[in-house]
Design a protein around this ligand. Sequence first.
Ligand SMILES: [Zn+2]
Ligand SMILES: [Zn+2]
Length: 412
Amino acid sequence: MARPIKFTLSVLLACAAVHTILPPITASNSAYPSSYGLETTTDDLIPVRREVYGDGRIFDISHRYHPDMPNWGSSDGIGQFLWLPYSMKNNSEANNSQMKLPTHTGTHVDAPGHVFDHYFDAGFDVDTLDLEVLNVDFSGKQKKMKALIVLLVCTELLSSALSSADDAYPTGYGDEGACLNNIGNLRPERREVYEGGEIIDITHPFTPETPVGTPDGIGEYLTLLLSMKNGSDYNFSELKIPVHSGTHVDAPGHMYDHYYDAGFDIDSLDLRVLNGPALLIDVPRDKNLTAEVMKSLNIPRGVKRVLFRTLNTDRRLMLKKEFDTSYVGFMKDGAQWLVDNTDIKLVGIDYLSVAAFVDLIPSHLVFLESREIILVEGLKLDGVQPGIYTVHCLPLRLLGAEGSPIRCILIK
Ligand SMILES: [Zn+2]
Ligand SMILES: [Zn+2]
């Protein structure tokens, strides 16, 4: 196994090196549509798009989504993938986009159900993928190697299973493989806490009942464009969701239309803010997040990321499809207090909006004005001990979007 591992690592390093020598993409060399307004902005309103961060400790190796991005089986690229049903130019109080993407577009991941229909039927979807395999560098070299080996074994078994003629249906390709232990009974394991809390998934899974600001939830959000039951060689879905549903992140363009026009979209968010040490704290359950409450929390200077757990978690609001306006969030004075008296740049909360419903717009405006604070909403914080963690939050690189689904995990 030594050689393939070495090869994989060197490919990864080579990719990283390529990214290092590319200049940061700015408005001036962006090939992207002027409809996003990048060319009409003044110098002080140009978003910085980074893929390598100053100290070289973060490399973004995902491609950004844009209309010319290649699309499997098509010569036209993915085309339009964002719509703006609620636009501030049409007197909405906020910009609210919808996204639609084939799930195998751009930088993406395959689940077992992609090419095995019985796995598809049994629920081996992307929500069952092992976060220890996808995030391997936290608990020592041994574990890292083990994860790589498991990944390679699986890959090899998969490719040999695929190439071994037309054996119709493989009868389970890996009685011997460590990666396949739980496939025998065809029941996927869905984990949110790994190995006593090394990794905690604080993202809600998308379901038709995932809440958005309506009575019905997001509804059917996946369409199976190509199905093995209809003779296709693989299953291939399309995803359609409002970008502010479920666990998601807001960009400055969500409630400032001149930021929207200037391109302060999800792709411009700072990954150094979205990844790093974070505090998870409980707030008093009987009130909104006011200045008084914020002051009482005594959050020390220097703390940059805080996830606020509120009554919303106790009430399990994210598990109810009906939008509930009685949720708890920041009042304008609480937001202002945080901006003026703390160093917090990442604000996380456990319902669809960081702002209380009665101060929905004003609180957002206070947070988003500087374009330095990132708001992560709809986090899944039940059952997690308050304390210090490392948070990793990664949004999709949706060019032009003022919101995006985001995957957040805590690592101890
Ligand atoms: Zn939002
Ligand atoms: Zn928001």
